[in-house]
Write a protein that binds this ligand. Sequence first.
Ligand code: SF4
Length: 378
Amino acid sequence: MVSMPAPRHAYVHVPFCRHRCGYCDFALVAGRDDLVDRYLTALGREVSRLDAPLVLDTLYLGGGTPSHLGADGIRRLFALFDTRLVAPAGAEVTVEANPRDVSARFVAAARACGVTRVSLGAQSLAPETLRALDRDHGPDDVRRAVGLLHEAGIDVNVDLMTAAPGQSLAAVDADLGAVAALGCRHVSVYCLTWEKGTAFESQRRRGLLAPVGDALERAMFELAIDRLAGAGYEHYEVSNFARPGHRCRHNEAYWDCRPWEAFGPSAARFDGRTRTTNHRSPTTWMTRVLAGTDPAGDVDAMTAEEAARERIVVGLRRRDGIDRAAFHSASGFELDALAAGPIARWRAQGLATDDGRRVWLTRAGLVVSDGLWADVLG
Ligand code: SF4
């Protein structure tokens, strides 16, 4: 196993939303703004566990909805990082935002804090799809937010969701066209998942909501690949599309299995082998941090081989696939010693290509990729 350098990437989880969307199972509290002060105090305390400043290539604030903190809250949040999380010029600093929160005042605060990129939870530009997804913003909020951010020179990612209840292929087509017309340099496309414990899943069980069906879901994903490629986006990871030169550097660090730091409830940090995940409950995390006890809820210490197998999965999710020599030098394992059987099978089924130096999934492989990983992880 190759020794890992100090992390140059950090994730901060901001667990607040105005409202919990029916499909969402993320670690957050909705309508509990009374907890913001306590959260910020705890976050400052957790960041202060770093005994030396971390100089970052990327910093990512996700949630929840970081923009729910508003302009003043974002300034307070960045002030906590102070000399501990340092994002110098040239670093990628991303903040997730609900389009409804993006005001001129919020954008000015984000710029002043060094934010270079905003990831907008747009999901759709069709009012009926947004209603079906239980979202609390409208299409005009998305257009206004993108305009304000671009005017301020901030890069924008738009998250788009497919397979919403009742959504047609034509509606996805219209959404893709509308998103491409916004001129954002990055688009992420996710298919709705029905998570246990969510309002959507309980309505599905009672027959009140129905998934769109596997064939339509695949057709939507393939349409996204075609439409976004036609609009000049490179499909560089299963769910991610970017204009050349505008891939998300933070996610690329995850997919390269580089070490990263993480703070906040449910945030998982990684040292190259061990993933340590904070307690999911925002209130339990706050209580533990403020009491000076360990906020970790789960510690996943992988063997070198398990880490290498995970590297295969994240590598194959990328369009570039896995370079055998780079894989060996990063993991200490030969790719074929771990996955020769599955690779040969996928090739025979037209799901993967192997030129001897590199292995990558074909378009057919990417479409069914979630079903392939058990072959590698064992
Ligand atoms: S805005 Fe995002 S994080 Fe918040 S509840 Fe909705 S889907 Fe979940």
